[in-house]
Write a protein that binds this ligand. Sequence first.
Ligand code: 5RP
Length: 232
Amino acid sequence: MSPEQIKNEKRLAGQHAAKLIENQMTIGLGTGTTVYYLVEALAQRVKSEHLQITTVATSSRTANQAKNLGITVKELDEVDHLDLTIDGADEIDSNFQGIKGGGGAHTLEKLVAKASTKNIWIVDETKLVPQLGAFPLPLEVLPYGSSLLLKRLQKEGLHPKFRLDNNGQKVFTHYHNYIIDLHLNEIKHPHLLAQWLNQQVGIVEHGLFLDIVNTVIVGKLEKAEVIPVIRH
Ligand code: 5RP
């Protein structure tokens, strides 16, 4: 699929999701290029329909975009619940389990998702995969002891690599942690891997988002398809 087509599918998914937001809702806003279109479309509705909504953003990128477009943005600790969170994803398997964190925002994204009554993911078609793992699995890790942690992950055969920027420097997250990406190719047992990662000291959060999403909106050539999640 061409980059233009992918962009168009992201736009269709984002715009469709914006239509599902209702007056008085408290909304979690994810991060990424698909969420960008959601925020744009939501801002138009806020303006034209005078929608009264509150949002919580999962990155300064999204927060800045939303605020600049006139959307109210609060901190997670300033709200007592979230009705709905809409976010992108890097991979979604046939059982609606996902990998997130391509943009390094997965810790905040998971905090917001878990505080939310309902979660919607907005994606282009390339994100739907039979099995997770072709996309490297991101881990946010504490800088202290992170080289030792990398060796431990290597020993486990998890093919870890620090995420680097264009200058070859380690990328920092919002909270000044590092990202280690696991180049696994396939994840046969996502729950077992998540359990193991949860037990490792030094890992702040991993990018496996399991049993979280309720609805997936996939941009297709000319429309968005809404898929209610039923897990087997
Ligand atoms: C950021 C994320 C994003 O939601 C994910 O990377 C998808 O991004 P995009 O919509 O740009 O394809 O998890 O941490």
